[in-house]
Design a protein around this ligand. Sequence first.
Ligand code: SF4
Ligand code: FES
Length: 254
Amino acid sequence: MEHYNMNLTLKVWRQKSSKEQGRFETYQVSDISSEMSFLEMIDVLNERLIKEGKDPIAFDHDCREGICGACSMYINGRPHGPWHANTTCQLHMRAYKDGDTIVVEPWRANSFPVIKDLVVDRTAFDRIVQAGGYISVNTGNAVDANAMLIEKDKADAAFAAAACIGCGACVAACKNSSAMLFLSAKVSHLALLPQGEPERKSRVLNMVQQMDKEGFGSCTFTEACEAVCPKEISVTNISRLNKEYIIAGLTEDK
Ligand code: SF4
Ligand code: FES
């Protein structure tokens, strides 16, 4: 595709802290290259704001290659912007045309309070993982890769679930702010593997308990989460999570 430059109007959510009210601020940006990434476009605007002695827009990012999950942004009403199975950092300006208006907001969910501007506190996810998203193994030499044989369909499903980067787009897209897609990915990838077996029951019970404690909403199966997930995590994982939870609850050692 031909490279082109464009002038854009940005409406960006500005909020000094979780204690203060936020508002949209409008910025005109010019000569934006279609080759730039969305985050580079914000970098350009921020350099200008700094030169003008103004506060730059705070936004989260780390890897800028779709693996860390930090770049949470709600762009024109969709988490991570218009491209399917894509993170904000992988979104490029060729998704837009000259004269477009782009509205940029933080994730909106009570469990993800705004820290500043577009940055939200996603440590609720960390606490859910700390509640059980791990396996306990004896340390020592790494086990030979072929020592534990795993059926191909299970290995594939576990790998697909493990692709979740904890970005929170599923929560942001859900009308109930449910974290079920995220949790189902974390529970599934361990429940499907023999390494996850010893803590299988306590893991799901503890992680669900922590999710409820964090105040995430219930899943009413609208599948909005799957539609926006940059890693295409399937809602079939939610069915697996529900099954794991029921079995663990019924057979738990009291
Ligand atoms: S399930 Fe998808 S949308 Fe949700 S946190 Fe994981 S990668 Fe992000
Ligand atoms: S900055 Fe790491 S996934 Fe976007």
